[in-house]
Write a protein that binds this ligand. Structure first.
Ligand code: BES
Ligand code: MN
Ligand code: ZN
Length: 456
């Protein structure tokens, strides 16, 4: 679906969608429609009540072409979710015979003063309406697939800038929605900035790749803690909560420059964890890409939520031989190891050996902590499949790792690195803590050792 914005009455397209809330003054709309179609306004008024998801189709001729107007009912005092659902329903029901060039008009006093939230909701709805839930079915019927629409959205000139932001947000969000990354969405709810789900793939040109390595990085671009808000003293440092994501990006960049004979996948769930009326609340139960439900005890334990989706996504879609995640995950890890080593958690002793050696060689040290199942009882929830925090600060780095383990689909060679104490550091190179790039040299060295072992 391609979207464009304009501030002119969009009449050049094949069909014009005019969303209409019930009980508003509809005269402007009815006279527009009457003028276009020649149907008397009173007649239209009698037939269309603007109920939620009501669709009224009218036809007219323009430049020898037959065109349509869809009056789309939104119900009374619609919330943005009602706007979303009305658009979603329109595309879902009519996708087989909707023309591909559509326009949506917010120019007839048929939207709030600032229509941006409705622009976002309509884009969300249009995209979701075309979402093909049977994507992986092989016996597809042609009518199941939505055509590739071109959609022009008209808003008044003064609202173009806000609408353009809303459009961007609506498009970014819906891919993530469509994929079912529910835990990432739950964390991102409190932020003005849309989440991103970055998937990267590096494949060597020549050689048959020796192994497929899946890397997952925590990309929290700022961690306020959410409604379980952090104290202000060191909060500014939480711009570094994307250190795991940075390590994944950097590793793949270096691997590509070195043309390593490995197949590398990078998955980065990226979002802010922020405070808003829409923020996920402590006590909420959320979903996940994996399907498990999660009781959110503490919204500040957000890294494990987005990593849960990233880990399952990497395993299900790429089936890597080795799965490694990096995350500035817990203060507990800093209290355990200080700023001298990253915490290492793994279900595979050989992988631990290789990563530890790479750590010693590069000076980016790791220290293994246990993953005994005894810790699982800390994550038992009464209302959901598991909870994101035990409420018990003891062994916090371990219980966080146990949480992640529940989302790796029993992958046999998984390692989790808690780099909370390592991603930024005091040094002679800056007056305050600054980024270290921890993990890149470590991972490149590890991958190089895999290559050397294969040659030997
Ligand atoms: N991003 C933090 C962890 C962190 C803390 C990184 C300090 C670097 C420096 C993480 O999202 C977090 O807030 N963890 C909480 C988890 C707790 C609420 C279960 C923590 O460690 O306190
Ligand atoms: Mn946090
Ligand atoms: Zn965090």
């Amino acid at each position: 679906m391609q979207f464009t914005l304009s501030h002119q009455a969009p009449i050049s397209t094949d069909a014009l969608i005019v969303p209409v809330a019930q009980g508003t003054n509809l005269d402007a709309i009815f006279s527009l429609v009457a003028e276009k179609t020649g149907v008397p306004a009173d007649l239209i008024k009698g037939d269309f009540k603007a109920g939620a998801k009501e669709i009224h189709t009218l036809y007219f001729n323009e430049n020898q072409q037959s065109k349509r107007i869809f009056l789309l009912g939104l119900g009374e005092a619609p919330r943005t979710i009602d706007v979303l659902n009305a658009f979603r329903s329109l595309v879902f029901k009519r996708k087989a015979n909707l023309p591909t060039n559509l326009s949506v008009s917010f120019l007839h006093k048929n939207a709030p003063d600032n229509p941006a939230p409705w622009v976002e909701a309509s884009v969300n709805g249009l995209l979701l309406g075309g979402y093909d839930i049977g994507l992986y079915k092989t016996d597809k019927k042609p009518e199941d697939a939505a055509p590739d629409f071109n959609i022009e959205i008209a808003v008044s000139e003064e609202h173009l800038a806000a609408a353009s932001e809303a459009l961007k947000r609506g498009q970014a969000f819906e891919k993530i929605h469509g994929l079912g990354l529910h835990a990432l969405i739950a964390v991102s709810r409190g932020s003005e900035n849309p989440p991103a789900f970055i998937v990267m793939e590096y494949k060597p040109k020549s050689d048959q790749p020796l192994k497929k390595i899946g890397l997952v990085g925590k990309g929290v671009t700022f961690d306020t803690g959410g409604l379980s808000i952090k104290p202000s003293t060191n909060m500014h440092l939480m711009k570094s909560d994307m250190g795991g994501a940075a390590a994944v990006l950097g590793t793949i960049e270096v691997a590509a420059k070195l043309q390593l004979p490995l197949h590398i996948i990078g998955v980065i769930p990226a979002t802010e964890n922020s405070v808003d009326a829409l923020s996920t609340k402590p006590g909420d139960v959320i979903g996940s890409y994996q399907g498990k439900t999660i009781e959110v005890i503490d919204t500040d334990a957000e890294g494990r939520l987005i990593l849960a989706d990233g880990l399952t996504y990497a395993v299900r879609n790429f089936a890597p031989d080795v799965l490694i995640d990096l995350a500035t995950l817990t203060g507990s890890c800093i209290r355990t190891l200080g700023t001298y080593a990253g915490g290492l958690f793994s279900n595979n002793d050989a992988l631990v050996g290789q990563l530890n050696e790479a750590g010693e060689r590069t000076g980016e040290r790791l220290w293994r902590l246990p993953l005994w199942d005894d810790y699982n009882k800390e994550l038992k929830s009464d209302v959901a499949d598991l909870k994101n925090f035990s409420g018990n600060p003891a062994a916090g780095a371990i219980t966080a790792a146990k949480f992640l383990e529940a989302f790796i689909e029993k992958h046999p060679a998984w390692a989790h690195m808690d780099i909370a104490g390592m991603a930024i550091a005091d040094s002679e190179f800056s007056s305050q803590k600054s980024a270290t790039g921890f993990g890149i040299r470590l991972l490149i060295d590890y991958m190089q050792s895999l290559i050397n072992d294969a040659k030997a």
